[in-house]
Design a protein around this ligand. Structure first.
Ligand code: LLP
Length: 442
């Protein structure tokens, strides 16, 4: 066994705790989600299991809703982060709107009672069918990302005898200082309309009879942990707002997108209320304080509300590394392998006779990229339940069936109740969409 407490490269290994997480606590060595121990959840619902805390969700909603006197703001939850209907229902009940990127997401928003006026539609590749469905639902605003999309939306609206409210998503060419895969506001990204073409885009939109200009939009990336890139982008957007108003085109809102980061490890991101307050201040300073601000947060509303619970199948010491092989995999949580994301990992029950060592926590999938955490100082035994914290965003929503693995179950914990909000996917579920070839062609 490579039984050291340092990593192969001599660095100090990472250990995590669950302090500072609303909804979660450690009591006599046991991890609790509200009033139920994580081990009890794993026993009742099996693993891999996503467990969300309602209290944590409400904490985050309150942070985002805490507005700034005098500057109206609306929050549209970007459901790509976690589209579970039960969570959406809680957001809808709390008065949040939804930021959607597909007809599937539209249907989910409508299913939990959202009205068109609660929905903004983002995304770089809206199809004609997408547009028709969203026009039929009378969505509040389409965030349009290219001039050809403007033309297509205009045609779709005219054909349906209606008008599409639009914002142009402008690309402010600001470095969000985040992982390249989740950075979207640089000019070499596929997103948005180039800053220099935006005014022309607005002039064009103003001439199209099927469109009504509603606002302006930008989204510069995700997991942004400082205010500065947001403020920088806001000032660039406000430069454009001045030009657009100067051209006699009235705007009714400014949408600053999503992107606020969370604390997965050592990051220290601002609270949502600090971001709202900083951007409200920019807008007021520049004389546009009467324009409502829209935000499209995903991660910051849900990441810290969720645990991914997983059971240790094997502890496998080797000469080079110690592997802790668990029943969750990259199919349940792809962030570590896709973005080199370092997600926190803790043992749900602390052992009295502690024997920590440095482990890579890996799944059963046939890929070396199938890991959940590397170089972690953990005390793990076969049968232990581990929890990845911060797993509520871009976990379940990016899950796959690779290796014919069924997707995990999800539960929502509310004090001492746990509701199964999505049952575990069965092997039959996975095969249900497929058809066999007729016998004669075999
Ligand atoms: N609005 C737009 C137009 C977006 O593209 C996104 C995220 C959001 C809002 C929400 O951003 P958030 O507040 O969640 O940062 N799978 C990646 C993140 C991809 C984000 C894509 N767009 C991850 O796991 O890090």
């Amino acid at each position: 066994m490579s039984d050291t407490t340092t990593t192969a490269d001599g660095a100090a290994p990472r250990t995590d705790s669950i302090e500072d997480l609303a909804g979660f606590s450690r009591r006599s060595g046991e991890l609790f989600c509200e009033e139920i121990s994580a081990r009890e959840l794993a026993r009742r619902f099996q693993t891999p299991l996503y467990a969300y805390s309602r209290q944590a969700l409400e904490h985050n909603i309150a942070d985002w809703r805490a507005g700034v006197a005098g500057t109206p703001h609306r929050v549209f939850y970007a459901m790509k982060a976690n589209g579970s209907l039960a969570l959406l229902e809680l957001f809808a009940r709390a008065g949040l709107g939804f930021d959607i990127v597909s007809r599937g997401e539209l249907a989910r928003a409508l299913a939990v009672g959202a009205k068109g006026c609660d929905i903004v539609y983002s995304g770089v590749g809206k199809s004609l069918e997408d547009m028709r469905a969203a026009l039929a639902a009378d969505v509040l605003c389409f965030n349009v990302e290219s001039l050809p999309e403007l033309e297509r939306l205009n045609a779709a609206a005219l054909e349906m005898g209606t008008t599409a409210r639009v914002s142009l998503r402008v690309n402010p060419d600001v470095d969000a200082r985040t992982h390249p895969y989740i950075s979207t506001g640089l000019k070499n990204n596929k997103f948005g309309i180039a800053f220099d073409s935006a005014l022309e885009g607005y002039r064009r939109a103003a001439r199209l009879p099927g469109l009504k200009i509603s606002g302006i939009d930008c989204h510069i990336g995700s997991q942004i942990t400082e205010l500065e890139p947001f403020v920088h982008a806001a000032h660039k957007v406000l430069d454009l707002v001045e030009e657009i108003s100067g051209a006699g085109i009235a705007l009714e809102h400014i949408d600053f997108g999503g992107g606020l980061g969370v604390r997965y490890g050592a990051e220290n991101p601002p609270a949502a209320r600090e971001l709202v307050s900083a951007l409200s201040q920019c807008v007021r300073e520049r004389g546009f304080g009467d324009l409502p601000l829209f935000f499209e947060p995903g991660r910051s509303l849900v990441a810290q509300t969720g645990l991914l619970l997983t059971t240790v199948e094997y502890v496998k010491p080797t000469a080079a590394r110690n592997f802790c092989i668990v029943d969750a995999a990259m199919t349940d949580m792809i962030r570590p392998t896709l973005y080199q994301a370092e997600m926190a990992m803790v043992n749900c029950s602390e052992h009295a006779d502690a024997a920590p060592a440095v482990y890579d926590v890996v799944g059963p999938v046939c890929e070396s990229g199938d890991f959940l955490a590397k170089n972690r100082l953990l005390d793990v035994r076969e049968g232990d339940v581990l929890a990845m914290t911060g797993a509520g965003a871009y976990g379940m929503s990016m899950a796959s069936n690779y290796n014919a693995r069924g997707r995990a179950a999800e539960v929502l914990v509310d004090k001492d109740s746990a509701w199964l909000i999505r049952r575990r996917e069965t092997i039959e579920d996975q095969m249900a969409l497929e058809s066999r070839l007729p016998l004669e062609v075999l």
